[in-house]
Design a protein around this ligand. Structure first.
Ligand code: HEC
Ligand code: HEC
Length: 443
């Protein structure tokens, strides 16, 4: 009897070691690193950025700020399948379409975008660095090594800053439906509103503090401040996964380790979700159904909309994965409302594409959000699926649960672990947010 027990103990010990060893070898093979620290915060620039991020005066009609779509209560997203533009009301779950249009794509969260290792922004990567120097964006005049508006282009200090120029110049998002201003005119109008609006005196002080050496400001200085705010406000790199990689070997439970091993091994997520952000920042077609208005004639061809290169059809940017437990729904079209659905999709993408789980009724929208189930649409997507997307993972229920646990708890920052949906996680053994036990905030 005693020897049986010790055999059992030995075996379970053996298994536990195997999981850890397997994970350690994946970490080596794929050279996995935790997210690094950021450069220290520039306090004055951050303060200016915070003011701007919440300021509806940045919009053409004074009715929408960055925060209306990327809200704090909704973990820097809007909790909707597809974003709602200028004219919509309320935040997060309270958001209502009202006079706004349904935007073509899901509002992404803003976590960890301030690192230089983030190579592309937007679902189609239309903001990136130009390999020849300078920027590559939807505005010709600030692009490339010798931009026409060099006073703006040369003052922009990061890719994240460049990105922020576009929501404010987009008629449906912030500029105002029906506006005929060019992007450059829209930026000039923003500067005018800031320096001749009701908060001018406050802004003069904030700009002076943030840029003590400057007399003249342009939209790049607004953009840099917004980026500094986003960079630090949405920095989130203390997940169990990061802690484990930093040497806290008990940060992941055995189940989470098994989930991570599936991520690197059998489930092949690592084919695309690589590097410290768990994203290659490249573009792939992973057979996500089309929902809503799309970019052109009811469809969204992803990266192709930017490059017009047929090999980019239906490719979207590989999404970074920190804190995904908090930022449902998922994918560029918001097609999946939870992580189980995402896992089921990857388990058998063709089956998922042909039998989508989608409820068209969302109380926030005036009309139903229609999913395109036409044969043409499905065929078009299937034609360009990459070899790196496994066609049939055949994951068991237990394996799906392991993966789920790694994605949901293993990748959620400890400062948000107490916001996880306990109801669902409590039913899974060895998946509870471990950090809590050590945290002084919870029993
Ligand atoms: C009307 C809603 C709305 C407003 C207002 C808005 N955004 Fe967004 N934001 C979106 C949507 C939708 C996308 C995705 C668009 C796409 O990829 O085509 C996005 C994308 C982004 C991204 C890219 C994230 C990534 O991972 O690629 C950043 C950064 C961002 N927004 C920051 C801002 C800032 C800063 C402001 C204010 C200047 C702002 N947004 C205003 C809806 C909004
Ligand atoms: C062939 C490349 C590829 C593989 C393999 C892959 N992904 Fe993805 N992943 C992507 C792309 C591209 C997107 C964005 C697709 C879109 O929106 O159309 C994405 C999006 C996601 C999202 C949505 C994140 C969000 O915020 O909306 C999750 C979660 C995710 N992947 C998890 C996984 C997991 C788990 C695996 C392994 C089972 C996996 N991925 C395998 C390329 C890949």
């Amino acid at each position: 009897m005693l020897s049986l027990l010790s055999l059992f103990l030995l075996m379970s010990l053996g298994f536990a070691q195997t999981e850890t060893q397997e994970l350690e070898s994946y970490i080596q093979t794929f050279n996995m690193k935790p997210l690094p620290e950021l450069t220290p915060r520039n306090h004055d620039l951050y303060q200016l950025g915070a003011r701007l991020f919440f300021d509806r005066d940045l919009s053409g009609k004074g009715n929408i700020s960055c925060h209306d779509c990327h809200s704090m209560g909704a973990f820097s997203g809007d909790q909707l399948p597809l974003g709602l533009g200028e004219g919509a009301t309320g935040l997060g779950k309270e958001r209502d379409q009202a006079e706004g249009v349904i935007l073509p794509r899901h509002t992404p969260p803003l976590f960890n975008l301030g690192f230089n290792s983030v190579k592309t922004l937007f679902w189609d990567g239309r903001v990136q660095r130009d390999p020849r120097g300078g920027w590559m964006t939807p505005e010709e005049k600030i692009n490339g090594p010798t931009p026409e508006l060099s006073h703006i282009a040369k003052s922009l200090d990061s890719l994240l800053a460049v990105q922020s120029l576009f929501p404010i110049a987009n008629p449906e998002e912030m500029l105002g439906q029906g506006s005929t201003l060019s992007q450059v005119e829209a930026w000039e109008a923003v500067m005018e509103r800031i320096f001749s609006g009701k908060f001018t005196e406050q802004y003069k002080r904030l700009f002076k503090a943030a840029y003590p050496e400057l007399q003249d400001y342009n939209i790049a200085h607004v953009a840099n401040a917004l980026a500094e705010f986003e960079r630090h406000q949405f920095l989130s790199h203390k997940t169990p996964w990061d802690l484990y990689l930093r040497g806290e070997k008990d940060a992941l439970t055995t189940r989470m380790k098994r989930g991570a091993n599936l991520f690197f091994g059998k489930a092949q997520c690592i084919n695309c979700h690589t590097g410290e952000h768990l994203s290659s920042f490249g573009f792939q077609n992973v057979a996500i159904p089309q929902i809503g208005p799309g970019k052109t004639s009811g469809d969204d061809k992803g990266r192709f909309e930017v490059t017009q290169n047929p090999s980019d059809l239906y490719r979207f940017r590989v999404t970074p994965l920190r804190n995904i437990a908090l930022t449902a729904p998922y994918m560029h079209s918001g097609a999946f409302s939870n992580i189980w659905q995402v896992i089921d999709h990857y388990d058998h993408p063709m089956r998922s594409l042909h039998h989508p789980v989608w409820n068209p009724k969302h109380p926030q929208y005036r009309d139903e959000l229609v999913l395109d189930t036409s044969r043409e649409n499905m065929m078009a997507r299937m034609k360009s699926l990459p070899m790196t997307l496994p066609r049939n993972l055949a994951l068991s229920k237990e394996e799906k649960t392991d993966l789920y646990c790694f994605l949901m708890v293993g990748l959620t920052d400890k400062k948000y672990q107490n916001r996880l949906h306990k109801g669902i996680l409590d039913e899974i053994s060895d998946c509870s947010p471990r950090i809590d036990q050590r945290s002084s905030f919870r029993r």
